[in-house]
Design a protein around this ligand. Structure first.
Ligand code: FES
Length: 98
């Protein structure tokens, strides 16, 4: 588990943080804060630099698009979803559990 300040998560876009020695991608979808495995299910490449736009996350490598509602793939290049981790927001703190 790790606790980070809400301010560390960009209003748009995504950041990589480390939780228990593991790289985790964090981003927002509207008012929701999300944490997920930082590798893309398409070819297991890092999602660092991914774009977040209108409820979707776009992989920087080949452009696969994933829903930030449930992680499902919205591109034909993979059927595998993003792997989300539990997040709890309390005031200005975000708790992420692997
Ligand atoms: S590695 Fe993400 S789209 Fe190919």
């Amino acid at each position: 588990m790790a606790t980070i300040p809400l301010s560390q998560i960009p209003e748009s876009g995504a950041s990589i943080i480390e939780v228990e020695g593991k790289r985790v991608l964090v981003c927002r979808n509207g008012n929701a804060v999300l944490a997920m495995d930082e590798t893309c299910p398409h070819q297991d490449l890092s999602l660092e630099g991914a774009r977040v736009r209108r409820g979707s996350l776009f992989c920087p490598h080949h452009g696969a698009r994933f829903s930030l509602e449930d992680g499902r793939s919205l591109s034909p290049m993979t059927d595998c979803p993003l792997k989300f981790y539990p997040v709890a927001v309390s005031g200005e703190e975000v708790e992420i559990t692997l």
